[in-house]
Design a protein. Structure first.
Length: 566
């Protein structure tokens, strides 16, 4: 099929005539598959794939000889294509999305994506395109320029012009990051922050690092410094946080929350130049916060909240409008159910009455009148009995000194190990509060989601759609994720929406616990790739990025239609 001939034939016709473009076209450097054409210039863009022989791109065998390297390589290629697309001189004009040509571009994090796939024979680049139109009339000349001229130029500039040194540096960084993760697991650590890291971001709405000349470079306290050997380059020194209970204290605006934010993003690898590329956290670390107003469905929050007025049961607690304390308790128990081994908390986003009940309040309000057992009385039991560590930012409650293994104080963005001083303060100024909640943490209860919870139908149609980073529309229900802080890419949210559909079609059965459903979901992805959950599998599944199981669990737990079997 000749593209130019097709375009000449449909020039000036109504937009639907663009459907004639669906098919395969051979170029000098690649093959173009146009899999889907948008019905309207204002609709979701058309989907197309560029297939390049692996040998034509000079892809070396060692670049794909491990899963870590394959993920890093596809990330590198997607970045190359995105940069070339951003440099297009002429993006045309016209109605709606006319002239659009884009790839699902990576951000600061390196995620497994479907934007680029590579196998033994070829590279598959998945693109979105807005076919040009004036109103709803086809602009064939502009389409020919976009697909016949711009697209080949982009491919030559990006995949056709790879710098082997830059590729290898990208892959070696990924292998170094993986080596640090393995070191954490082998040495009882839950986080590593390298000396020289740049933790502050440009602003609260930007994920890019503050320029080095405006930032205080991170330097580990000597007492916490560890050295990690890397497969590439010199050993790396930095702060190692051991399993247990770690407090991050200090005055306001001294960098406490900045450090915690870097730790919570450390569950992902980052690109070189991010400043946090060697901030590596336990992959199961979960940020926990209060979430007033969220829906909770049959969660056992009795370790923290019991003996509610009127005898309301908290072993299967449900609410359409949970309070700050009950939502924070539910968030913890849900993440424990999903398998988290590390909790991250900041007092600024926590419910005060969930964190602490001081001696004076205990004297005024007797325990039999207070259903909340504060986190301070459970955090040690959580570690000793469940093996779950906690890192907390605290600036207002020194009572936590009594239960902490170590205390880091941030002083003008510089961390100091003040564990000994904190223990002396605790001895000299007793908190005088009584421990509450007993000597047992309590049970983490497995729950079985009802299969009909994942029904995606809305009337006679299915509705499965992610709206940006924070909202999923699913059938007649929604899942609001604005407070799920480790969700970092809208492509992850799209994947979560498709994961819910996969649960409905293949996995949920009214018998399998939620944690096992997550195991089974990720087994499917491990075996068949992330494309396995795409509705466009085999054609163009190019806008998905892998979320963690914890963000999938968070979306399920916030799904308005979720029902847990009794």
């Amino acid at each position: 099929m000749n593209m130019e001939t097709v375009l000449q034939r449909i020039d000036g016709k109504g937009y639907k005539a663009y459907q004639d473009l669906v098919g395969t076209y051979t170029f000098e450097q690649f093959t173009l598959h146009i899999d889907y054409v948008q019905p309207d210039p204002f609709a979701n863009p058309s989907r197309m794939r560029v297939i390049i022989p692996r040998c034509a791109a000079n892809i070396l065998p060692e670049w794909t000889d491990s899963a870590v390297r394959r993920t890093a390589l596809t990330d590198f290629l997607a970045r190359q294509v995105a940069a070339a697309l951003a440099g297009r001189r002429s993006k045309g004009g016209g109605s709606g999305k006319s002239g659009l040509l884009e790839i699902d571009a990576p951000g600061q994090e390196v995620l497994l994506r479907t934007a680029v796939a590579i196998d033994e024979e070829s590279i598959d680049i998945r693109l979105s395109a807005g076919l040009p139109a004036a109103g709803r009339r086809i602009l064939a000349r502009q389409a020919q320029r976009m697909l016949g001229d711009d697209l080949p130029a982009v491919i030559r500039q990006s995949v056709g012009n790879l710098n082997p040194r830059l590729v290898e540096e990208h892959l070696q960084l990924a292998e170094n990051q993986q080596a640090i993760r393995e070191h954490l697991r082998d040495h009882g650590l839950i986080c590593f922050v390298n000396n020289g890291a740049i933790l502050p971001r440009v602003s609260g709405v930007s994920n890019r690092p503050l320029p080095a000349d405006r930032a205080v470079l991170f330097k580990s306290p000597p007492e916490m410094e560890v050295t990690i050997s890397l497969p590439h380059g010199q050993p790396l020194c930095g702060m190692g946080i051991k399993a247990g209970i770690t407090l991050i204290a200090g005055g306001g605006y001294h960098g406490k929350s900045t450090l915690l934010a870097a730790i919570e993003r450390g569950v992902y690898n980052h690109v070189a130049g991010d400043g946090r590329e060697y901030v590596i956290s336990d992959e199961t670390a979960c940020k926990i916060r209060a979430e007033d107003g969220r829906r909770v469905e049959k969660v056992n929050i009795s370790p923290f909240i019991a003996n509610l007025p009127l005898g309301k049961d908290t072993t299967e607690f449900s609410s359409e409008d949970a309070s700050g304390s009950t939502s924070q308790a539910a968030n913890i128990m849900e993440m424990l159910e999903a398998g988290s081994r590390v909790l991250l908390m900041d007092e600024d986003t926590s419910a005060t009455n969930f964190l602490i009940r001081d001696a004076r309040m205990q004297s005024l309000v007797a325990k039999d009148k207070e259903p909340i057992t504060p986190f301070i009385d459970k955090v040690r039991l959580l570690y000793e009995q469940k093996g779950v560590s906690t890192i907390m930012v605290l600036g207002g409650s020194g009572d936590y000194f009594d239960v902490a293994d170590r205390v880091i104080m941030m002083d003008e963005y510089r961390p100091l190990d003040v564990t000994d001083q904190a223990q002396k303060v605790a001895a000299q100024i007793p908190c005088r509060r009584n421990a509450e909640g007993g000597s047992d943490f309590g049970e983490v209860t497995a729950r079985i989601p009802a299969k009909h919870s994942f029904q995606p139908r809305r009337g006679n149609k299915e509705k499965v759609e992610a709206k940006g980073l924070h909202t999923i529309l699913y059938g007649t229900a929604r899942s609001e994720l604005a407070f799920v802080e480790q969700l970092v890419d809208a492509s992850q949210t799209r994947s979560i929406a498709r994961a819910l559909k996969t649960l409905a079609e293949r996995l949920a059965d009214d018998q399998t616990p939620l944690s096992t459903l997550l195991d089974n979901l990720y087994a499917v992805i491990e075996q068949d790739g992330l494309e396995a959950i795409s509705p466009y599998r085999g054609k163009h599944p190019g806008d998905l990025a892998l979320p963690r199981r914890f963000e999938v669990a968070a979306a399920i737990n916030r799904l308005q239609s979720l029902k847990i079997k009794a």
